[in-house]
Design a protein around this ligand. Structure first.
Ligand SMILES: C[S@@+](CC[C@H](N)C(=O)[O-])C[C@H]1O[C@@H](n2cnc3c(N)ncnc32)[C@H](O)[C@@H]1O
Length: 409
């Protein structure tokens, strides 16, 4: 009933006409007319009539409540898809930052604070209030609760979600291209994505690394923290824009940290970030793939990237070959259960979506094209790492978004 009421309130009849297969049911919801829960074999409603009839002509029994609940969920998802763009706009224009901790604002006040046009701001505020991101306080005033301000504005907080929206929006830009790749089976390289993906990636992952890497993940590895503090050689493979590399360089100044990535543009961006952070002298970035990087290391890390690689098994075998005696491989991978049924939840939904648009195409664009996917799970990773010649693999930490694995030769 709730779903039906929600649908009534948000769907206009014009929109309903655009989804003819659902017409009869949604009309029922709108008019409160009770229709039989059977697609009748009667007169076709329109040119999609085959949808309204079963093959045998006997009709298909359906649970109307269940279907209307699904329609309600789908409408919410349309709002969520558009809401993602609203969040990116709010972040880009500093709308959230201008509202954080300031109480109620009118559209005109927010527009004045941010140098934006009041009419656009009013529409954005309404859209965000409808999604529950902002609060409508009445009298044309809106506010951003502190509990929402932190995830939307504080990139040092582990609760920060703003980067996830940027990478998601950038991923969606590739929808048509990826749909085409479904037909051809070809891949799509990481570096070919829109800049939002590359920038969003570092913003998405960095808060988790900032809050866990030096405080929890490195200490959880056997004997590694002491080595890094004394001065060790570290390779951060698939480093992207260098979020983890720079955090390691900052936390362990005696160690020599090198970031490698196959994408030249990411290496350039990482070098610039190092210079901006005043860490250029403490860290090195080199363009190289996971199967060709050189040097000898006490610690080799893969942060959220092994599954993006064409040959994760080859990458692990190469990492093992580059490890100094007693060295450690640290794998940070997306949180996932071993079986799909354990991943059918909101985190899994986000990761499978990213995996379809980003990770799987990235792997398929490379030699071997193993296409592990972002929800591989520990058991599959164990197979890969063991086949690469590592003697042990253990989970040393986890967060809602990541698992952290330690492999020793
Ligand atoms: C999801 S991003 C993660 C970036 C970074 N580790 C982070 O956590 O922000 C995946 C990265 O893996 C890199 N990559 C993909 N395949 C690679 C390969 N075969 N060798 C080296 N880097 C690779 C991509 O260029 C991209 O920067």
């Amino acid at each position: 009933m709730l779903a039906r009421l929600a649908v009534r309130s948000v769907l206009t009849k014009k929109f309903i006409r655009r989804i003819p297969p659902l017409l009869v049911w949604v009309k029922a919801a709108l008019t409160q007319v009770t229709l039989p829960l059977v697609f009748s074999a009667g007169a076709p409603l329109n040119d999609t009539s085959e949808f309204t009839q079963s093959e045998t002509g006997k009709g298909i029994e359906m649970d109307e409540t269940q279907m209307m609940e699904f329609v309600g969920q789908a409408v919410a998802d349309v709002g969520a898809l558009l809401g993602g763009a609203m969040v990116v706009i709010g972040d880009k224009l500093g709308l959230y930052r201008a509202m954080a901790g300031t109480g109620s604002v009118t559209p005109a006040e927010l527009a004045a604070r941010t140098g934006t046009a009041e009419r656009y701001v009013r529409e954005w505020l309404s859209a965000q209030a409808a999604r529950g991101y902002l609060c409508y306080d009445g009298g044309g005033r809106f506010s951003l609760h502190d509990e929402h301000a932190v995830p939307l504005t504080d990139e040092t907080s582990p609760a920060c979600v703003i980067g996830a929206f940027e990478i998601a929006l950038g991923s969606v830009y590739a929808t048509d291209t990826i749909a085409e790749r479904f037909r051809s089976g070809e891949g799509f390289a990481w570096g070919a994505h829109d800049e939002h993906v590359l920038r969003g990636c570092v913003r998405f992952f960095r808060p988790g690394y900032l809050n866990n890497l030096a405080s929890a993940w490195i200490p959880a590895l056997d004997g590694v923290e002491a080595k890094l503090a004394a001065g060790a050689r570290v390779a951060d493979v698939g480093c992207g824009h260098g979020a983890s590399t720079l955090l390691l360089a900052g936390a362990y100044p005696a160690s020599a940290i090198t970031g490698f990535d196959a994408h030249d543009g990411s290496i350039e961006a990482a070098r610039k970030r190092a210079a901006d952070a005043g860490l250029a002298g403490r860290v090195r970035f080199e363009a190289a793939s996971a199967t060709t990087f050189t040097g000898s290391y006490d610690l080799v890390c893969f942060f959220d990237c092994l599954h993006d690689m064409g040959d994760p098994a080859g990458a692990c075998a190469h990492a093992r070959a580059q490890l100094a005696p007693g060295g450690t491989l640290m794998l940070i991978e997306p949180f996932a259960a071993d079986d799909i049924t354990g991943n059918l939840n909101p985190v899994g939904a986000a990761y499978y979506g990213f995996s379809t648009l980003l990770c799987t195409p990235s792997s398929l664009s490379q030699d071997t094209g193993a296409a592990l996917g972002a929800q591989a799970g520990e058991a599959r990773l164990r197979e890969i790492v063991t086949r690469a010649g590592f003697a042990t693999l253990r989970r040393v930490a986890e967060t809602p978004f990541n698992i952290v694995l330690e492999a020793r030769a």
